[in-house]
Write a protein that binds this ligand. Structure first.
Ligand SMILES: O=C[C@H](O)[C@H](O)[C@H](O)COP(=O)(O)O
Length: 233
């Protein structure tokens, strides 16, 4: 039996072409893509330059011999491959389960194409079932939390580790609040409204950014979801 995350990752990595400047995502599914790109660099002599969305992914890419650059060195990226926590209507995504949502969104916005890779568990409905991560400035964060609580009652500061009294800190020194919304009826509107809160730096809602989503399955097949429809590859 194959790992569905790896199946999706290997399919996505076929879209990486020689000479491309690519973005590499964060998380357990993106890790399979980093590995598959690394293998192509080593075995096929594939030439790519990559921007990593987190320090973890950067370390992993370096270990696999993938040449890394700073995002400021380029105008745009050809392609980014990343995971997601939940996939919703019209390819709206919840991202940030691993805390990398800010860099992931900057990289996604800079990319001509964003391929999302995941297993089927990520398209369970209703959209909003997965907690929505929000990156917040530590200064005055409890006041920011109160504003977030106007949207849903359960808003939890993410701890560094499950029982740690210390908050989790992102690569950019931000806190993460996880909003337990249960359902999100209008993702673009929610994203816009949350971003109006001054202490909020970024919201883990990605609307209109994904070009396609690839779902991997244990038997090795992949289903592709495009903004308006899905198809078996
Ligand atoms: O911050 C982390 C990212 O948004 C991940 O891409 C997301 O949490 C999915 O991670 P995984 O592939 O481990 O489920």
């Amino acid at each position: 039996m194959l790992d569905p995350k790896e199946v999706a990752a290997r399919e996505a990595v076929k879209a990486v072409k020689d000479g491309m400047t690519i973005g590499i995502g964060t998380g357990s599914t993106a890790a399979f893509a980093i590995r598959a790109i690394g293998e192509r660099v080593k075995l096929e002599g594939l030439h790519v330059r990559a921007v990593a969305t987190s320090s973890r992914s950067r370390e992993m890419a370096a270990e696999w011999g993938i040449p890394l650059i700073d995002l400021c060195e380029v105008e745009a990226l050809d392609l980014t491959i990343d995971g997601a926590d939940q996939v919703g209507p019209n390819l709206s995504l919840i991202k940030g389960g691993g805390g990398a949502l800010l860099r992931e969104k900057i990289v996604a916005q800079a990319s001509r194409e964003l391929i999302i890779i995941c297993d089927e568990t990520k398209r369970q409905m209703p959209f909003g079932q997965h907690p929505l991560p929000v990156a917040v400035v530590p200064f005055g964060h409890t006041l920011t939390r109160r504003r977030l609580e106007r949207f849903c009652q359960k808003v939890l500061l993410r701890p560094k580790a499950p029982d740690s009294p210390e908050p989790y800190l992102t690569d950019d020194g931000l806190y993460i609040y996880d909003m337990h919304m249960e359902t999100i009826a209008d993702p673009p509107q929610l994203e816009q409204r949350l971003k109006q809160i001054v202490g909020v730096v970024e919201v883990g809602l990605f609307n209109g950014l994904a070009s396609r989503v690839l779902f991997g399955f244990h038997d090795g097949h992949v289903e592709e979801l495009l903004p308006e429809h899905s198809a078996r590859l």
